[in-house]
Design a protein around this ligand. Structure first.
Ligand SMILES: NC(=O)c1ccc[n+]([C@@H]2O[C@H](COP(=O)([O-])OP(=O)(O)OC[C@H]3O[C@@H](n4cnc5c(N)ncnc54)[C@H](OP(=O)(O)O)[C@@H]3O)[C@@H](O)[C@H]2O)c1
Length: 432
């Protein structure tokens, strides 16, 4: 990257790639003045050359062979917005191997192969930046790697998937069922063709793995993140949450415990007073608790072409501006090491529990006994309804997942308990 301009190759020109091309053309003046040299979109690889592209991509730049771009010695920097692991991984590694810097929005690649990619980048002396891979246009990777580099992050708690946040917001504000809210999200174009990665929490888990790796200086991969989706959240759970002054959110949580990292994605009740509880619709937010900086919140658009492309172009400008400086990504060496993951059973939470019970004397003592036998203490309990409709609504104090699981198993066998109707973790209280 020594010349009087930087030549850029774009791998993929779909939702994010075409928005990136647009910003490169429309903001060329700002980009040049902030980077020091013009940034020229020199090649664009796509899959289907018969698709109509917008005017920001001139037909002469387009190829259906991404290797044309990666092998072109005149390209200085490659932007990978194809997505998925292959062929993106091989293309990114080849680009790095031939001395090109890389910007990527690919959460799947980074949440599974960050150590391979970062090792290759360190060896080749090039930068790989990936702000857009987590929370789209919301800056979080750079604040974590740079602004908080001198601090110690204790916990990250995020709303990292816009589709599920939209669904839960509709359920909360309109009393809709999960199925109706999901149908509404689809009508508005907020869902993928197959929404399961969003609904089951895997999309948020990949983003959490990337953030946890940065925060805790060791690679956390998607498979390290325990995952539970929102398909079982009911309108009744939502109403119960409101009665308690809570909202239900799909939370991605990573924390450090000694030399172990715990990372999980699951629906949770949280007090309405918590900053994340007020994050509505398709927005994303990340709440960071750092030892010295204290509590910080980052809020913005987690997806969409323009927002994601804004983060990509920010990374491009950083690389071009700093050309000539030592190239390694600040946390690269740490990402070459795998994190020690806390066993899922050891992770501590509070739980909200609803039991359908027989309505007769002694039931409460019998239920309380089951909690006590597994060391789970009850913070509050109330009985609702009577006769066949009798239910107990309990909230526990913090105890491990293993203790809670053992309690739930015993409750299901207790004679006066007809059904364990609902259970959900409670987070964001003073206790956890
Ligand atoms: N969409 C978002 O809001 C968003 C937000 C944050 C991060 N991201 C990430 O950004 C990346 C791209 O997402 P997207 O929504 O832009 O995807 P997309 O709309 O499906 O675009 C993918 C592009 O890659 C091209 N492509 C696919 N396979 C190819 C191959 N083998 N060789 C060359 N080109 C190939 C496609 O070509 P054709 O155009 O010919 O089909 C298309 O242009 C993904 O990693 C995604 O996770 C997306």
């Amino acid at each position: 990257m020594a010349g009087d301009r930087v030549r850029l190759g774009l791998l993929g020109c779909g939702v994010v790639g075409s928005a990136t091309a647009r910003i490169l053309v429309e903001n060329a003046h700002e980009i040049e003045s902030r980077s020091g040299v013009p940034v020229e979109l020199a090649r664009v690889a796509i899959r289907d050359t018969s698709k109509k592209r917008d005017a920001f991509v001139s037909p002469g730049l387009v190829t259906d062979d991404p290797w044309d771009v990666v092998k072109d010695p005149s390209i200085d920097l490659v932007v990978e917005v194809i997505g998925g692991i292959e062929p993106a991984r091989d293309l990114v590694l080849a680009a790095i191997g031939s001395g090109k810097h890389v910007v990527t929005a690919n959460k799947e690649l980074l949440a599974n192969e960050a150590s391979t990619v970062m090792k290759a980048a360190s060896k080749a002396g090039v930068k790989v930046l990936f702000e857009a891979s987590v929370a789209g246009g919301t800056p979080i990777v750079r604040p974590m790697t740079e602004s908080l580099a001198g601090d110690r992050v204790r916990r990250i708690m995020g709303i990292l998937n816009g589709t599920t946040n939209f669904v839960l917001t509709r359920m909360s504000e309109s009393g809709e069922s999960f199925a109706d809210a999901l149908a509404e999200a689809a009508e508005r174009g907020y869902t993928e063709l197959d929404p399961s990665a969003d609904i089951e929490g895997h999309d948020a888990a990949a983003k959490l793995a990337i953030l946890a790796s940065i925060a805790f200086d060791a690679a956390v991969v998607s498979g390290d993140v325990g995952c539970e989706g929102i398909a079982n959240v009911t309108a009744r759970d939502m109403a119960a949450a409101h009665d308690l002054g809570y909202e239900i959110k799909l939370l991605a949580v990573a924390e450090r415990h000694g030399d172990e990292v715990a990372a999980r994605v699951h629906p949770a009740m949280m007090p309405r007073t918590h900053p994340l509880a007020s994050v509505r619709n398709e927005l994303n937010a990340i709440f960071v608790e750092a030892e010295h900086a204290g509590e910080l919140m980052f809020l913005g658009r987690g997806a969409g072409g323009p927002a994601t492309a804004s983060a990509i172009v920010g990374d491009i400008v950083e690389i071009v501006r700093d050309r000539g400086a030592p190239a390694a990504y600040p946390g690269a060496a740490a990402l070459e090491r795998r994190a020690r993951i806390q066993p899922a059973g050891d992770v501590a939470s509070r739980y909200y529990v609803v039991l359908s019970v027989a309505d007769r004397p002694g039931v409460l003592a019998s239920v309380a006994g089951a909690f006590a036998r597994h060391g789970v203490s009850i913070a509050s309990v109330r009985q609702e309804g009577f006769g066949d409709e009798a239910t107990l609504v309990l909230i526990t104090h913090s105890a491990s997942e293993a203790q809670h699981a053992a309690t739930f198993s015993e409750l299901e066998t207790l004679e006066p308990v007809r059904r364990l109707r609902s259970r959900m973790r409670v987070l964001g209280t003073a206790e956890v």
